[in-house]
Design a protein around this ligand. Structure first.
Ligand SMILES: O=C[C@H](O)COP(=O)(O)O
Ligand SMILES: CC(=O)C(=O)O
Length: 210
């Protein structure tokens, strides 16, 4: 059975889960440290770059952080992420095999869904916490609000097009537990090694009040 409590324990630590694309391994620890210092402990390292798995390994040592893997597309990637030390997994969509694999591995998975049917497929496997992706293009807060009554026992982490400006529109919905977004780690700041800016963006995100 899927461990909903373990996933919620990670997602409830802050209103925002940073979605990270790490090209240079040497950026991983200072980037993660700035985010954690700013108040965002749950870090989603997307498996979109060759450095991602090593980044997860390195960032797992950051005090106060909880490092997970994003863009997990299949069972093999889920296994590799868990072996690298990922404490949670995130996917843009969900296949039945990925949903099963996370349960078998005993690692919390936040599977992506964009429709009621996709949410129901995850729900059938025991998932009650899912990612709404891509949140903005798929319909934004109004769409998600419309799912709250029929899918009354599910909660969402909207990701994709979320920013400091619109995060509250999602976070005030009763079926939203947190939001995900890359805006707290802009690629120009990461390239420049501007960790003070990242920490400040994290601080603003962590302080979002609903
Ligand atoms: O691929 C996109 C990530 O899920 C985050 O989306 P974002 O860059 O709009 O915050
Ligand atoms: C979209 C996202 O957050 C992911 O790639 O897992």
């Amino acid at each position: 059975m899927f461990d909903t409590a373990a996933l919620l324990a990670v997602l409830r630590r802050a209103p925002v889960v940073p979605v990270l694309i790490i090209d240079r391994l040497e950026d991983a620890v200072p980037l993660g440290t700035a985010l954690v210092k700013g108040g965002l402990p749950a870090l989603e390292v997307t498996l979109r770059t060759p450095a991602a798995l090593d980044a997860i390994r390195a960032m797992s040592a950051i005090p106060g952080g909880v490092v997970g893997a994003g863009t997990v597309l299949d069972r093999a990637q889920a296994r590799a992420a868990v072996e690298a030390g990922a404490k949670f997994l995130v996917s843009p969509g969900a296949t039945p095999d990925l949903l099963d694999a996370a349960i078998e591995f005993g690692v919390p998975l936040l599977p992506g869904v964009a429709t009621a049917s996709e949410a129901m497929i995850a729900r059938d496997k025991g998932y009650r916490v899912v990612k709404f992706f891509p949140a903005g293009p798929a319909g934004g807060p109004k769409y998600l609000q419309a799912l709250a009554s029929p899918l009354g026992d599910m909660v969402f982490c909207p990701t994709g097009g979320v920013s400091l400006d619109n995060a509250t529109d999602y976070l005030k919905l009763k079926n939203v537990v947190c939001v995900g977004g890359s805006w707290v780690a802009p690629s120009d700041a990461v390239k420049a090694g501007d960790w003070a800016r990242v920490e400040q963006l994290a601080r603003e995100a962590a302080a979002i009040a609903v």
